[in-house]
Write a protein that binds this ligand. Structure first.
Ligand code: UDP
Length: 235
């Protein structure tokens, strides 16, 4: 397909959509980590993330979450609502891992006494620094009402995803969301996939996500395929 490319990111391409209120979002095979320092093409990753994220977005939509997904076009592309991305990443954690473990000295796998939410500024240049509510409003990235809406949607999404994934024998450790402004509302954008979540097999704690790539733990797509297979029979 040869739509006009509007933006090319690390793992997705945004093209002009079929009308003024939409884009076409296409998944790439590129995997990156450590702010783009580690980069590799993994053939088939785009297709897997696209299929996984579409199933999750459809499940969330069925359960009352407004998302950008309009229509699936093919294995790697979908029509999505045109949205102005809010320049923060919203991270929800159920279990300590990754940067939380490092920053606070809490061993990976420690269950958290409560669910945590955090924001980080979407800036590759600055390395996505953590940012708090008053800092977000101070530099005019989002309003207090928008922050509160994103946080409550993120917690609702966590509840819905935990319920789904536990049926699939998968623990949802943590994940990242992005939201955008469209038609006067804040809606869920971007993707939810093994690139943006930590998924651990509930029986073995085997990692089924991008940590396999980040940490060179073996066949990256094996876990992604497993997540898709289990989603197809549960979502
Ligand atoms: N995450 C993401 N994109 C980012 C940063 C984090 O999708 O730019 C996801 C990551 O896959 C994990 C969660 O957000 O599921 C929390 O990531 P963390 O802050 O622990 O950072 P990391 O250890 O990945 O650097």
């Amino acid at each position: 397909m040869s739509e006009k490319v509007l933006y090319e990111g690390k793992s997705k391409i945004i093209c002009e959509g079929p009308d003024a209120n939409s884009y076409i979002m296409r998944y790439k095979d590129t995997a990156t980590a450590f702010n783009g320092e580690k980069k590799e093409d993994i053939s088939g990753k785009g297709k897997l993330n696209s299929a996984i994220s579409n199933l999750i977005f459809e499940y969330l939509a069925k359960n009352g979450i407004e998302t950008h997904l309009i229509k699936i076009i093919d294995d790697t592309s979908a029509v999505v609502k045109k949205a102005e991305i809010v320049m923060v990443e919203v991270i929800v954690r159920n279990v300590a891992a990754g940067s939380f473990s490092k920053r606070f000295g809490v061993p990976e796998g420690t269950a958290l006494k409560n669910i945590t939410t955090e924001f980080s500024l979407k800036s590759d240049e600055l390395g996505d620094p953590m940012i708090n509510d008053s800092q977000i409003t101070a530099i005019d990235i989002a309003s207090e009402a928008e922050i509160s809406h994103m946080r409550s949607q993120a917690l609702k999404i966590n509840e819905l995803l935990c319920a789904l994934f536990i049926k699939m024998g998968i623990k949802l450790i943590d994940f990242k969301l992005e939201f955008g402004r469209a038609g006067g509302k804040i809606i869920l954008c971007d993707e939810i996939s093994p690139d943006s979540c930590r998924f651990w097999d509930a029986a073995t704690n085997k990692k089924l996500d991008k940590d396999v790539f980040r940490r060179d733990l073996g066949d990256v797509l094996e876990g992604y395929r497993e997540v898709l297979k289990r989603l197809e029979s549960n979502a």
